[in-house]
Design a protein around this ligand. Structure first.
Ligand SMILES: Cc1cc2nc3c(=O)[nH]c(=O)nc-3n(C[C@H](O)[C@H](O)[C@H](O)COP(=O)(O)OP(=O)(O)OC[C@H]3O[C@@H](n4cnc5c(N)ncnc54)[C@H](O)[C@@H]3O)c2cc1C
Length: 250
């Protein structure tokens, strides 16, 4: 069984990004970039399935500029077998990501495609769903457990108020939630070895001819500032505050 894992290069989740002066976008010049955290869960699960003898090969794919080699090297250091870089210099939106991944899937013929449930930069949460639709594969989104049994992916999904377990006929698309696993720590020797491994380059425009964006970003703004709270030393003082300052009849 072959597993394809998609990895997006995003601003590191520890960084608080600012907004450009003209509100046209967030300002990511010079900030630390990393693999999307949910994608690390997807990589980890793919490697675990290989270690359990349930998969033979794990292939990582990232779409973007040559800078994306760093997240692919991270995936190689974690333990994926091969890495593919779909080269595209400008930002691609979810539908274009899904179309490019569809083209990679046509080429690679994986039995299972793993993605993160969302990318932490735009929080769209739709690339996996669009990919499953384009490929006409069954999908299991927000996976908190994933196993392979008798040619099916058994996916436990987080839903409002509980979990749901579904069996997907392979080939299938699964999107990973944070509770799926704890991604392994990458040791320095593995990172050094990963530096020597080849990364195969594919041209986005050769895979998909129409990559025209369909959405335009109008404005980015900070959330409204919250008023500072106050501390009161008794219930009576709290009631007094609510009556006088907030105008609540108590
Ligand atoms: C684990 C988890 C975490 C969550 N965290 C958050 C959170 O942090 N913040 C938050 O705000 N919400 C959160 N939610 C709530 C979640 O975002 C809502 O449940 C979500 O809006 C539903 O999206 P959906 O894709 O599942 O719905 P869908 O069923 O796909 O519905 C989406 C829309 O499609 C249309 N539609 C669907 N079915 C029909 C129909 N039969 N006829 C006509 N129109 C239809 C409707 O317009 C509907 O609103 C969370 C939910 C879960 C499970």
């Amino acid at each position: 069984m072959k597993i394809l894992v998609a990895i997006k290069r995003v601003v590191d989740y520890n960084i608080k990004v600012g907004i450009k002066g003209d509100g046209s976008n967030v300002d990511i010049d010079g900030v630390k970039m990393s693999a999307n955290p949910f994608d690390e869960n997807a990589i980890e699960q793919a490697i675990r399935l290989k270690e359990q003898g349930k998969a033979d090969e794990v292939v990582a794919v990232s779409i973007g500029s040559s800078a994306n080699q760093d997240v692919l090297r991270h995936a190689l250091a974690m333990g994926v077998d091969r890495a593919l870089l779909v080269e595209h210099e400008t930002e691609v939106q979810s539908l274009e990501v899904a179309k490019l991944l569809q083209a990679v899937a046509d080429k690679e013929q994986p039995d299972l495609i793993l993605l993160g449930k969302q990318a932490v930069d735009d929080d769209a949460g739709q690339a996996g769903q669009m990919l499953a639709a384009l490929l006409d594969y069954p999908q299991g989104t927000f996976a908190s457990e994933l196993d392979i049994e008798n040619g099916e992916a058994i996916v436990t999904r987080e839903i409002d108020g509980g979990t749901e377990t579904v069996a997907l006929q392979l080939p299938a698309v699964v999107t990973a939630d944070l509770r799926l696993n704890d991604p392994r720590f990458v040791k320095l020797p593995n990172l050094m070895q990963a530096r020597k491994k080849p990364i195969e380059n594919l041209s986005a425009s050769e895979l998909v001819t129409d990559l025209t964006p369909r959405l335009s970003l109008i404005n980015v703004a900070e959330p409204p500032q919250r008023k500072a709270g106050i501390k009161v030393d008794s219930v009576d003082a709290l009631l007094q505050q609510l009556r006088t300052k907030e105008g609540i009849a108590l």
